[in-house]
Design a binder for this molecule. Structure first.
Ligand SMILES: C[S@@+](CC[C@H](N)C(=O)[O-])C[C@H]1O[C@@H](n2cnc3c(N)ncnc32)[C@H](O)[C@@H]1O
Length: 310
């Protein structure tokens, strides 16, 4: 990070005159991350952030910190608009996925083939109500809403988000009915909130990609599955073992206890499918369960009764 900071600062220093005294006022640590994490050249971002005197060509401080912060917020909202407009120009959902996967702010963290197969299932089942557990940057929620054809209502929850992030995600999602909740899926109040929100309606598609511990993933499945509609689809992400667990080779990929939990789902005989691009890959992989109110309820009881061997 220090090298990146250095690069950003150098490019900035090359393209503008910026009195040293302003560094303290502008709280440069607030600006630099935006310079690094946006796709425009640094000096263009500075124009946005600080302002430029058209006559002299010199950069100046428009006003103190608060104004800069406002500008930063404004520019991230503007960026959300830009991404939304770009997405609308891309003709196919696969192209939209490619674009979002490469986008730092709204990145979708999925393998393309697996996710496309899942989206096809979503598309063909035309879900009206969608729940995502573990939304992170929000790109996956938008992809689900796009696949559902825009007529769906979607809630994407994450244990950690912010008002600003939610605002930008709402801009990104445009007309789509997508809500981003800051919520712990394991909290009692979240179950109550969802129940109130659904008001008797059922979930047609649920994607579980939140807490990846064995207990966490299992709890999400057991507690939210009873909200599923007849024939509804559940997707569980990261059913494939990561390299650390499989080969004792440490990588950044961590699928936690999800593969072990997935084995239990398979063992009780749910109607499942596995979407795995490559059996040798490091983690990822999506498992799907087709929900049947009558037979799945019994299997859910069996699943709950399984205790893992220590
Ligand atoms: C792997 S990321 C989700 C990626 C996203 N679905 C995608 O496809 O790009 C997992 C997310 O789950 C969230 N999370 C972890 N535990 C959670 C919990 N108990 N409730 C809600 N979200 C949780 C984390 O904050 C993190 O953002």
């Amino acid at each position: 990070m220090s090298v990146l900071r250095h690069c950003a600062f150098s490019s900035y220093a090359l393209h503008c005159v910026f009195p040293a005294s302003l560094l303290a006022v502008s709280k440069i640590s607030d600006i630099i991350p935006r310079l690094i994490f946006t796709q425009k050249p640094a000096y263009h971002r500075l124009d946005d952030l600080i302002g430029k005197n058209n006559k002299t060509g010199l950069y100046f401080m428009a006003s103190p910190l608060e104004k800069i912060k406002k500008k930063i917020h404004h520019s991230s909202e503007q960026y959300a608009h830009e991404v939304r407009d770009t997405l609308s120009q891309l003709p196919h959902i696969s192209a939209k996925f490619e674009y979002l996967t490469a986008n730092r702010q709204f990145r979708v963290d999925q393998k393309k083939l697996e996710f496309m197969s899942l989206l096809e299932k979503v598309q063909s089942s035309k879900p009206k109500i969608i729940l995502e557990i573990g939304g992170r940057r929000g790109g996956s929620a938008l992809m689900f809403s796009l696949a559902a054809g825009g007529a769906s209502k979607l809630v994407s929850m994450d244990i950690k988000t912010s008002d600003r992030k939610v605002k930008n995600l709402k801009i990104l999602c445009g007309d789509h009915d997508v809500d981003f909740w800051e919520a712990d899926s394991h909290a009692e109040e979240t179950i109550q909130r969802l129940s109130d929100h659904l008001n008797g309606e059922k979930i047609d598609f649920m994607f579980i990609d939140g807490d990846h511990s064995y207990e966490g993933a299992k709890q999400d499945f057991i507690r939210f599955a009873p909200f599923m509609s007849e024939g509804g689809l559940i997707g569980l992400h990261d059913i494939q073992l990561d390299f650390t667990t499989r080969y004792k080779v440490n990588t950044n990929c961590w699928t936690g206890g999800v593969p072990e939990f997935w084995k239990e789902i398979v063992s009780v005989g749910f109607d499942i499918e596995e979407l795995i691009s490559d059996p040798y890959q490091d983690g990822y992989g999506i498992g799907t369960v087709r929900w049947s109110t009558l037979s799945s309820a019994k299997k859910l009881e069996q699943l709950t009764a399984i205790t893992p061997e220590k």
